[in-house]
Design a protein around this ligand. Structure first.
Ligand code: ATP
Ligand code: MG
Length: 222
């Protein structure tokens, strides 16, 4: 099973393409899109609530074979450290070798700062997908201590022994949530950046704009 986690604020076609590329390269039945609670190491809060981020993720995967969403992290009472999430999955009966945790190369390059590093790497296979401007192979020079575990992504079984770090070069589109939020703030179109249903959801609810259609919970009380 693949997992693609992140703030997803909002989910865009880069996330979808990364999930599909990992699914194809590693012959995964399913990739679970997992919106995070606010990552504790991020200084900025997401700009949409977990409810809206989950809704947009579900709209984005609707009709795409092999992609589903999960509220596992949003429903948890503790912050979303990947290590905790992976251990929670182990308690449901999955082994480390059955979980493929998918990250973009920009995110994986920061792995040494993650909670419970390096233990977190023993809790699942990692699939590192290139991001425009960051080739997967760059991980070999940026994280020299981990090269022994890195392999090119192309295998159909779960493997045995230790979890691996699969490096996958995929042509995902050059999109970031930051750029999408910027465009909404300046009134530019989102064509080819997000699924049409996600764009409608954003506009209908006034997300990421200065004057939301309905005030968010932060503004309702006190
Ligand atoms: P932000 O600009 O807010 O950081 P983002 O576009 O980077 O947003 P995240 O929610 O931070 O999106 O990313 C979740 C995961 O998806 C991360 O592992 C990230 O590297 C990966 N990812 C995001 N966009 C792409 C893309 N275009 N290609 C490949 N991977 C991506
Ligand atoms: Mg990011």
């Amino acid at each position: 099973m693949g997992i693609l986690g992140g703030t997803l604020d909002p989910i865009h076609l880069g996330h979808i393409e990364a999930a599909l590329a990992a699914r194809a390269a590693l012959a995964l039945d399913q990739v679970v899109i997992l919106p995070s609670r606010v990552p504790p190491h991020r200084s900025t809060r997401p700009h949409a609530s977990g409810y809206h981020r989950f809704a947009m993720a579900s709209l984005a995967v609707n009709g795409i074979d092999g992609l589903v969403t999960s509220d596992l992290e949003l429903c948890a009472s503790a912050p979303s450290y990947t290590a905790d999430t992976l251990e929670r999955l182990h308690r449901t009966g999955l082994s480390a070798l059955q979980i493929f945790f998918i990250t973009g190369a920009d995110a994986f390059a920061e792995i040494e700062t993650w909670s419970r590093y390096p233990h977190v790497l023993s809790l699942a296979h990692f699939v590192v997908v290139s991001r425009p401007g960051v080739a997967a192979a760059e991980m070999r020079t940026r994280l020299p201590g981990l090269t022994a575990r890195m392999v090119s992504a192309a295998r159909s079984d779960e493997g045995s022994g230790d979890p691996a770090i699969f490096l996958l070069d995929a042509r995902t589109p050059d999109i970031s949530s930051t750029e999408i939020r910027r465009r909404i703030a300046t009134g530019e179109p989102l064509t080819d950046l997000v699924a049409p249903a996600v764009e409608s959801h954003i506009l209908r609810h006034g997300l990421y704009s200065l004057q939301p259609v309905i005030p968010s919970a932060d503004h309702l009380h006190g």
